[in-house]
Ligand binder design. Structure first.
Ligand code: 4AD
Ligand code: MG
Length: 481
């Protein structure tokens, strides 16, 4: 007989039907009731075994984590909280699980503990919910772009360039560290390396994406991205996934509209497709709040937060306007920001961003037109303002509880301006010759952005540490599994 997934059985009304259920034991109580889960739903199915027929030896092996196959009749359940159960006629243990050694017990484990056993945490309800939502969000991203006729472009993981010019790259090399080949002047002889030149893992697919946009008009990438930034925070990973659309003939306004539409679309899809998972995580968060002292509790309701995001237009303002707002602000009664607002031109600290989003506007904010000196070389220069200050058409989207979720810009499509900026920063022209061809042959105004996928999953699931929304997190000094 073919196995039926638990999700389908739980909504079935075919009482009397013979079914086969396969899954893992969550609990076994009173020598009679097995709660089985197969990952298809957060809910378990109850399988009722009969001591007489099953025998003690088999029942002893029904420990948390063991894999089982049960065959029996689907019957209406008299128990509370479940409609159906399986009256077992045949029980087979597919894989034993030593109760003494299995680290997941039927109780609440802390997220910190579960992070240490990331290879087993898939089996908890929390991570079942988180990764199911992650899956639906990824699918929604593809649906969104597919419906708009964007072409999904695979950009390389190994590259010879630094797309962000920030120098935060992981080197890819086959050079033997114990026996480094050197030129006469002592520098490393890269001709001996696999590619014959220094290469690294990509920090962004944008530059290659721009090349493709100059042919297909609208493309997007969605792939792994690597940053060797030594930021041990709850928002940074060394390996994360990024969605990077790139559109010919889009200016910064079109770019902002697309980013806002994308974010709202994927959040709406999660609300529609993952009601059980979101409800579970919402309750989990409410529980967590209850365990805090009264004055530290927030009344945050995950589902209300997501709906709020859908119903409100994101606030749009320039960096210069944001600096004014921050200067006139009183973040709290007693003290100013930990990092005071420096003069115009300094980058905003995450506490400033969070103030704007969480305290001042109380909704997502799109900040534009940042000082040129704190942004990447490829962003389009604005004409200098009345004070002679130079800004670029950058746009960052800031989300409550997250900070920056999207970073993007209108691109500098004018060849002379672009090479001028590269010279200024010290990016060698010959290394970027292929990129400069986009500006030599049929250059057009174009724009794009990068959406950090894990930051999106953080927002939608209400989790607070980015290590808990990617299956196998890579962070400084941590690349286990
Ligand atoms: O702002 P970033 O660095 O922008 C770029 O890489 C552009 N090339 C994107 C583009 O215009 N095509 O990164 C974009 C987003 C950030 O807003 C953030 O959400 C996420 O990527 N991000 C990270 N997420 C997790 N861990 C990290 N270390 C991240 N660095 C950036
Ligand atoms: Mg950024």
């Amino acid at each position: 007989m073919k196995r039926t997934k638990i999700k389908d059985l739980l909504s079935s009304t075919e009482f009397g039907r013979q079914v086969v259920v396969k899954g893992w034991v969550k609990t076994f109580r009173n020598d009679r009731f097995i709660a089985i889960n197969d990952g298809s739903t957060l809910n378990n199915i109850q399988a009722v075994v009969d001591f007489e027929h099953t025998g003690e030896a088999l029942l002893k092996r029904l420990t948390t984590g063991a894999a089982v196959s049960v065959t029996g009749e689907l019957v209406e359940s008299l128990g509370k909280g479940q409609r159906v159960e399986v009256k077992v006629t045949e029980l087979e243990i597919l894989g034993d699980s030593d109760a003494e050694k299995f680290p997941l017990q039927p109780k609440k484990h802390s997220l910190e503990f579960l992070r240490e056993i990331a290879h087993l945490r898939f089996r908890t309800n929390t991570f079942n919910a988180v990764f199911k939502i992650r899956h639906h969000l990824a699918f929604a991203v593809h649906q969104f772009f597919y419906s708009k006729g964007f072409v999904y472009m695979h950009t390389p993981v190994i590259t010879g360039s630094d797309a962000e010019g920030a120098g935060e790259m992981f080197r890819v090399s086959t050079i033997d560290f114990d026996n480094i080949p050197r030129n006469e002047d002592g520098t490393v002889d890269y001709t001996a390396d696999f590619f014959g030149k220094p290469t690294n893992l990509t920090v962004s697919g944008q530059l290659e994406g721009e090349l493709a946009a100059m042919a297909f008009s609208d493309i997007y990438t969605f792939g792994p991205t690597f940053r060797a930034e030594n930021s041990n925070t709850t928002r940074h990973l060394a390996e994360f996934w990024m969605i990077e659309p790139e559109m010919a003939f889009y200016d910064i306004r079109d770019n902002m509209d697309l980013a806002e539409e994308l974010l709202k679309y994927v959040i709406k899809t999660a609300l529609e497709n993952c009601p059980d998972e979101l409800e579970f995580l919402r309750n989990r968060l409410l529980e967590e709040e209850k365990s805090k002292p009264q004055n530290e509790r927030s009344d945050l309701d995950l589902i209300a937060k997501l709906n709020f995001c859908l119903e409100n237009e994101f606030e749009r303002l320039t960096y210069t306007e944001a600096v004014e707002v921050l200067r006139n602000s009183k973040p709290n009664q007693k003290k100013q920001f930990k990092y005071p607002i420096e003069g115009w031109g300094a980058d905003l600290q995450s506490e400033h961003e969070r103030y704007l989003v969480e305290k001042h506007y109380k909704k997502p904010v799109i900040l534009t037109d940042y000082p040129a000196d704190i942004k990447s070389f490829y962003m389009r220069l604005n004409d200098p303002d009345a004070q002679g200050r130079r800004t670029v058409r950058a746009m960052d989207i800031l989300f409550p509880g997250i900070g920056e979720i999207v970073g993007g810009s209108q691109r500098e499509e004018r060849y002379d301006h672009l090479v001028g900026r590269m010279d200024e920063i010290g990016i060698p022209r010959h290394e970027m010759d292929w990129y400069l061809d986009t500006r030599r042959f049929g250059s057009v105004p174009h724009s794009g952005f990068g959406l950090g996928f894990e930051r999106l999953v953080l927002f939608v699931t209400g989790m607070t540490n980015i290590r808990d929304v990617i299956p196998f997190p890579r962070t400084p000094k941590n690349a286990e599994f």
